[in-house]
Design a binder for this molecule. Structure first.
Ligand code: ATP
Ligand code: MG
Length: 431
């Protein structure tokens, strides 16, 4: 035997039964997106490296050290496995002039790649669902995408306040950030003696990220730092108040966190995160905000945008931790077929059942034949099916199949006509 191969470190297989929960979450997401009028987009997993360098900013964690970048061997192009979804969606909208006819509400679900140290809730290939709402400048859509998330939590059986909670902030506009940034640099320089290496390096390139430090020795300096909110002008404050007013009216509790900054440079005005204390250090399940400058920065006609990215692995971990219900993945019925010779007659009946919406698993034999009735019933039971359909030779000779309830000891077995599947399919489906 040759050596067994393994998956790449930090990249996971998703297998049954866990995949059932993923399918259920994705179906819930898609259904919600359609109810809110969001359309699906699918962009390539590989993009030009320049898209992320220009889109996310050179001194972000992602661009500095987390990207899977490589050179196309055939033509020398610099390419990158997408680390996030927004830049690609914006590129696609620009490329296809999609914003010419007005605003767009879009969503995507797919894999992202970041070269990080793998740990619980942090992987090298992970999955995000995301929305991008392009072309609308007002706080109403900021609130809409946040409320959409609350609706998602509720449909998944999560409880806001208990399982996860909302933090929001406003980053203002570039000129307001500049004024704050200068004040911040002055403050940090005045305390240069307690800054660590990372902070010193970022002091002039990205001082806002210094506030994100986890170094306890720097906490007093960080806490005393000038706050951006005090530098916001009237329009920025009005936008922020507009978001808060809708959330208040919708009864959604939030915490204004003046220290909330996001990892990408493209954000302005509203930023937010949904956080949980149930996942240890990887407590941010979803993050997002407004990025009014990004479309123009990537070569499009100036147009506002707002969106979020939701980490699906973290969401699954949270669902597990919160003991949210697991959807049933069992089929309706399991077809017990005693003799292989009868399969040509049985299989068209199963086809008709499936066409009528019944989930039915056919017993497949092995090289020795179909296996004993006992072993077939064992399989039927293990499948979780509610009914066994017994296609015995006697039943088939009479043009019938025996329908045996497997989960309800009181219910009686019945005989059903093969010629009229529609007459009894509903009973299997809706029991
Ligand atoms: P973190 O601070 O945890 O590194 P981030 O700010 O880098 O997160 P974003 O770029 O905002 O994360 O991505 C949105 C969401 O995607 C995160 O809130 C998280 O749920 C998920 N996510 C980000 N990186 C990873 C990863 N390496 N593995 C799994 N999920 C991730
Ligand atoms: Mg990160």
């Amino acid at each position: 035997m040759s050596e067994r191969l393994s998956a790449v470190k930090g990249m996971n297989d998703l297998l049954p039964p866990d995949s059932a929960r993923w399918e259920w979450v994705e179906a819930t997401l898609r259904s919600l997106m359609h109810r809110y009028g969001y359309q699906n987009v699918r962009t390539p997993i590989v993009e030009p490296t320049a898209l992320f360098v220009r889109g996310l900013g050179e001194v972000t964690d992602i661009v500095e050290k987390e990207m899977y970048s490589f050179e196309d061997r055939l033509n020398g192009d610099q390419l990158t496995l997408r680390p996030e979804g927004t830049a690609g969606v914006v590129r696609a909208m620009n490329e296809h002039s999609f914003l010419r006819e007005g605003g767009r509400r879009l969503f995507y679900i797919g894999p992202m790649f970041r070269h990080e140290r793998p740990q619980k809730g942090r992987y090298r290939q992970f999955h995000q669902a995301g929305v991008e709402v392009l072309g609308f400048p007002g706080p109403d859509v900021d609130a809409e995408i946040i409320l959409l998330l609350r609706a998602l939590w509720r449909e998944l059986g999560l409880v806001e306040g208990r399982d996860l909670s909302l933090e929001i902030n406003s980053l203002g506009q570039p000129d307001e950030r500049r004024a704050h940034r200068e004040a911040l640099i002055r403050h940090l320089e005045a305390h240069a003696d307690v800054l660590d290496e990372d902070a010193k390096r970022r002091l002039h390139s990205n001082p806002l990220r210094v506030l994100d430090t986890k170094n306890p020795a720097m906490q007093p300096v960080v806490e005393a730092a000038p706050q951006l909110i005090d530098f916001l002008g009237e329009a920025s404050l009005a936008h922020f108040n507009g978001v808060k007013a809708v959330l208040d009216a919708a009864g959604l509790a939030y915490r204004v966190n003046p220290r909330l900054v996001r990892g990408m440079d493209y954000y302005n005005l509203t930023v937010f995160e949904w956080v949980t204390d149930k996942l240890g250090a990887q407590g941010t399940v979803c993050g997002g905000g407004r990025y009014d400058g990004l479309i123009e920065q990537l070569g499009g006609k100036p147009s506002p945008g707002v969106g979020w990215g939701l980490g699906l692995e973290r969401l699954m971990l949270l669902l597990e931790a919160a003991q949210a219900p697991v959807p049933a993945a069992a089929p309706d019925a399991y077809a017990v077929v005693p003799t292989a010779a009868s399969l040509p007659r049985v299989m068209p009946v199963l086809e008709a059942l499936r066409a009528a919406g019944v989930a039915v698993v056919m017993h497949a034999g092995n090289t020795e034949g179909q296996g004993s009735m006992k072993s077939q019933f064992k399989r039927a039971d293990a499948s979780g099916a509610r009914y066994a359909l017994i296609f015995g030779d006697d039943e088939l000779a009479r043009g019938e199949v025996a329908v045996k309830p497997l989960r309800d000891a009181q219910a009686a077995q019945s005989l059903q006509p093969l010629a009229d599947v529609a007459a009894w399919a509903a009973q299997l489906r809706n029991a």
